[in-house]
Design a binder for this molecule. Structure first.
Ligand SMILES: [Zn+2]
Length: 182
């Protein structure tokens, strides 16, 4: 059950859920603002929450809109190749740094035009694939995916061992994963 409310000129889609804390997101590509709230949250509390986050919201909305404007869909082959080159450059810069910091190592990597996953790791060969979709994501999101796949070189599944390593090497990873909808 969702409803739209207006707060200081912002249109906010409010959804009541079985959750403990309010949770707000600004969605691609239009910058729509959505907020999930526990069932018995008053409108007054929602309004106060949104007001307290106003600076963050304004920044997030302009970031999302700027990203959508600079990367209109669908993309041409030239644009795809430009994105691929840029993403490869970013990975080549960041992956060795994360390997050095964590002591985890992959055995080579490839950027692939895959649409259902941000990355994958062959747990036998330790070769890692990164999705071209990462080209339009932030550095912290890219770092999260790099780390996630590097952790798979030592822990195959998503069990407690996996999350223990994620916690150790990127304490704020859960929020990043939420933004990525990973
Ligand atoms: Zn995984």
């Amino acid at each position: 059950m969702s409803k739209k409310i207006f707060i200081d000129g912002l249109e906010v889609l409010v959804t009541r859920k079985r959750i403990k804390r309010m949770n707000m997101r600004v969605r691609d590509p239009e910058g729509d603002i959505t907020i999930s709230v526990p069932y018995f949250t008053s409108d007054r509390d929602i309004i106060a929450f949104v007001r307290s986050k106003r600076d963050w919201i304004d920044r997030a909305v302009s970031r999302v809109k700027a990203r959508a404007a600079s990367h209109p869909e669908p993309v041409s082959r030239e644009e795809k190749e430009a994105r691929r080159a840029d993403l490869k450059r970013r990975i080549a810069e960041r992956l060795p740094e994360i390997e050095r910091r964590t002591g985890l190592r992959c055995n080579g990597w490839t950027v692939r035009d895959m649409h259902t996953r941000w990355g994958s790791c062959n747990t036998r060969t330790h070769h890692v694939n990164f999705s071209l979709m990462l080209a339009t994501r932030s550095d912290i999101e890219l770092d999260y995916v790099i780390l996630h796949e590097l952790v798979h070189t030592v822990v195959p599944g998503h069990g407690a061992d996996f999350y223990a390593l994620m916690d150790r090497f990127m304490p704020g990873w859960k929020k990043v994963r939420k933004d990525l909808k990973y």
